[in-house]
Design a protein. Structure first.
Lengths: 123, 175
């Protein structure tokens, strides 16, 4: 996983969801609602081991009052016959939330949530 | 009134054809066959909208009516009596009934019908009275009643990639 080009080697798990919510409005004298497709919304949640070279927290800080646009690239290997295929997912958004937890005699964990500004691309 | 199943299907098709092509919530034939009530047409011969405003100058169908509140106002004369708490009224008469049609449009053709056709009908309503029909399901509980069309408000809502606007049409009954 890369965040703005920096490799995060200790990311354990990620979860992304995105889509266009459907607004359902009831109309008079009918039990069938009408539907309207609303604006895009999505987020990417990443969890992993925290290390001293972790740079993610700095992305959650506004620059001149604005959270910067962050690009997260996830590389996966789709194991298929006859040869494995590498797939690259690119997520773009802002980082309004960063979380870090630790426990004595244990490891530190970070969690971040990227608020997606566009649909992710898979190449 | 259609009697045979063949005639009913034909009538359903005719109503569906009256819906604007650009309306994303236009019922499908499958939906209408499974539940003809969504056409708001008891005899399958009526207009396709939940509410219909019509005059010799045109017809406007309201397909997505949400609330049609009514006000039944009265002329109460108030008497002020010095030294007495409360108000004393005398009933004089009823005022003309008010009706407001609130709903939304999700297609440009529906927007144009209100913005243009209904406005034209309103301009000529002195000589060409506007009849209003409002249906609850398939029952036209306001059926062809003449109203004066008053102020019309259209408010676009953000966050949709199509025409998505709520409207309010204020009406006063012609007595």
């Amino acid at each position: 996983m890369k965040i703005d080009g920096d490799t995060i080697g200790l990311a354990d798990r990620y979860e992304a969801q995105w889509g266009y919510p459907v607004a359902k409005r009831p109309v008079f004298g009918s039990q069938i609602k009408i539907r309207g497709t609303q604006s895009y919304d999505g987020e990417l949640r990443v969890e992993g081991l925290y290390s001293t070279d972790n740079v993610i927290a700095s992305k959650a800080t506004p620059v001149t009052g604005v959270l910067p646009s962050v690009t997260v690239v996830v590389e996966e290997t789709d194991i298929q016959s006859p040869t494995p295929v590498k797939k690259t997912w690119t997520f773009v958004g802002q980082l309004p939330s960063f979380q870090k937890t630790g426990q004595a005699d244990q490891f530190s964990i970070f969690r971040m949530t990227l608020d997606l500004s566009a649909e992710p691309a898979c190449t | 009134m259609p009697k045979t199943e063949e005639e009913k299907i034909e009538a359903i098709l005719k109503i569906l054809e009256k819906w604007p092509e650009d309306c994303p919530n236009k019922p499908t034939l499958m939906q209408a066959l499974l539940d003809p009530n969504i056409l708001h047409s008891k005899d399958l011969l009526e207009d396709p909208g939940i509410a219909t405003l019509t005059s010799t100058l045109g017809t406007v169908e309201l397909y997505h009516l949400e609330r049609p509140p009514e006000l039944l106002p009265t002329k109460l004369e108030e008497s002020e009596i010095p030294g007495r708490h409360g108000d004393i009224f005398h009933y004089r008469a009823d005022k003309s009934d008010r009706l407001e049609l609130r709903g939304l449009v999700d297609a440009e053709s529906e927007y144009t019908a209100i913005k243009s056709t209904l406005k034209t009908m309103r301009q000529g309503q002195d000589a060409n009275p506007i009849s209003v029909t409002v249906r609850c399901g398939t029952i036209a509980y306001i059926n062809g009643v003449q109203y004066w069309v008053g102020d019309i408000e259209i408010e676009p809502e953000p966050g949709f990639g199509i025409f998505w606007m709520v409207y309010s049409i204020k009406l006063t009954k012609r007595d």
